[in-house]
Design a protein around this ligand. Structure first.
Ligand code: HEM
Length: 458
């Protein structure tokens, strides 16, 4: 069977080229080979698809294509062997359902005020006239929100340690030195001073703290709590048995990582684009000011231009460039190619979002396109689709809007440099390479407001 075309260079070389310039590399590949491209990893074909018809097939054909957890094993070191990413079939479906209870209507709405307050608290710590790096500042907000929503932890020594460990895990391996050492030592555990040894040390510490929390909560169950950990403690598996403590622990990991990392990255890119383009910032402020002072979070979430800006950020620089891989289990035809069992399929989010036929002038940041046209879930899919679609997509958008609204309406910020921010691939997510350096010019006076805002106490 003939595979779709693709580069013939060795996999490791392609990876190096991709990491050096992720977007440039993806653009070049799409230009040369089109919207269905094969990359060989040893003898396994990996087919990247950026055509809405092919994407629809990947997300909806559950007969021949499976979202196998085994394909996500490389994340298991940090998300546990029984995390949602590693699960299959009915168990996967059921655990997703349990996790998603935490992001439904009333519960999500109840977090709105808290997200605004936390944003205010963190932003008010910035010194006027001094520059700061937006990404870690915003990540502090999104990680706190994540730990609160998922574990129901708000403060205390264990909360601080858990938060610190999540940040350490996310940062580990990101610096050039870490990368060089990782290449020298490969994945060998040569004690705490080797990259893998240190990673395992962080994992042990994090897993111990999470397990301690799970055990304590199991001993003192409280049905009035409305966090995901409580849902999991009271839940039963397919045989009617309670979930084991290890299973509960592993299920907590991916949502907290995603809540902190993916949402934090999307917000850092949002601040970058909004402050790069004065007309976008002005239009947003006009829309936000029209709600009056201290608007209700739900009216912020319903603002059309704010929604369009968030969508455009996730279109132009999707934080996750690709869906998780899917596996062809019986021969399937995709866009005229017959693909054999064993072929890996990946939805190429970035390149679909860069299609000129869907998004004219795709390199331009133009939120208006989302006001003028409705895109299908196979044309615009920053949260993936099908059986592995992001469980926190609606929550992520909700949070993005509230954090942005709070920052923009209350603070005057500016980018330190107008130089374009480069993307940096971190294994799954594409970060702003310099973290988006900004300077705080002080509080913003709300239109028609004579007194400065009062910082709400937490
Ligand atoms: C802007 C923020 C976010 C983006 C862009 C994002 C994007 C994605 C994407 C592209 C996928 C893969 C879907 C697929 O393979 O089809 C995914 C999966 C996932 N996301 Fe998100 N995500 C975000 C925030 C969140 C949040 C806030 C949570 C939870 C609190 C979350 C939890 C997950 C989980 C658990 C999965 C795996 C689902 C599974 O394996 O069944 N994500 N996300």
């Amino acid at each position: 069977m003939k595979l779709p075309p693709g580069p013939k260079r060795p996999f490791w070389l392609l990876n190096l080229q991709f990491e050096a310039d992720p977007f440039g590399y993806m653009d070049a590949i799409s230009k040369r080979y089109g919207d269905i491209v094969t990359v060989m990893s040893g003898s396994t074909p990996i087919v990247y698809v950026s055509n809405p018809l092919g994407i629809k097939e990947i997300f909806t054909n559950t007969k021949e294509i499976a979202a196998r957890g085994e394909l996500n094993q490389n994340f298991a070191l940090m998300t546990g062997n029984q995390g949602v990413l590693q699960l299959n079939g009915l168990v996967h479906k059921n655990r997703r359902k349990l996790l998603m209870q935490g992001f439904h209507g009333v519960r999500m709405q109840a977090c709105g005020q808290r997200i605004c307050e936390l944003t205010e608290k963190i932003m008010s710590q910035q010194v006027v006239g001094k520059s700061f790096v937006a990404y870690p500042t915003i990540e502090d907000i999104t990680l706190r929100v994540g730990v609160e929503v998922v574990m129901g932890l708000y403060e205390g020594e264990r909360y601080d340690k858990i938060k610190h460990l999540f940040v350490s895990v996310l940062r580990h391996g990101q610096s050039p030195i870490d990368k060089i050492l990782s290449n020298i030592f490969r994945q060998r555990d040569l004690g705490r001073w080797s990259p893998q040894g240190y990673r395992l040390h962080l994992r042990r510490e994090l897993f111990q703290l999470l397990s301690a929390e799970v055990e304590e909560r199991r001993k003192q169950p409280d049905s009035s709590r409305s966090d995901i950990l409580s849902d999991l403690i009271f839940a039963c598996d397919e045989t009617g048995q309670p979930l084991s403590d290890e299973e509960v622990r592993d299920l907590l990991l991916s949502p907290i990582f995603a809540a902190g990392d993916a949402s934090g990255t999307a917000l850092a890119w949002s601040l970058y684009w909004i402050h790069r383009l004065p007309s976008v910032r002005l239009r947003l402020l006009e829309e936000l000011d029209s709600l009056g002072e201290n608007p209700d979070p739900m009216s912020i979430v319903a603002l059309p231009y704010l929604n369009a800006v968030c969508n455009e950020v996730l279109r132009i620089y999707p934080t996750q460039l690709f869906t998780f891989p899917r596996l062809v289990e019986s021969t399937v035809e995709i866009m005229g190619y017959e693909l054999s069992p064993g072929t890996v399929l990946i939805g190429n989010i970035y390149s679909t979002h860069q299609r000129e036929d869907l998004y004219p002038h795709p390199k331009e940041f133009n939120p208006e396109r989302f006001l003028e046209k409705q895109f299908s879930p196979y044309e615009f899919f920053p949260f993936g689709g099908g059986s592995r679609v992001c469980i926190g997509g609606a929550f992520a958008l909700f949070e993005m809007k509230l954090v942005l609204a709070t920052i923009l309406s209350r603070y005057q910020l500016e980018l330190v440099s107008q130089r374009p921010e480069r993307p940096k691939f971190g294994g799954l997510i594409c970060y702003p390479a310099s973290g988006v350096k900004m300077v705080m010019h002080g509080r913003r006076q709300h239109q028609g407001q004579s007194q400065p805002f009062v910082v709400s106490s937490i």
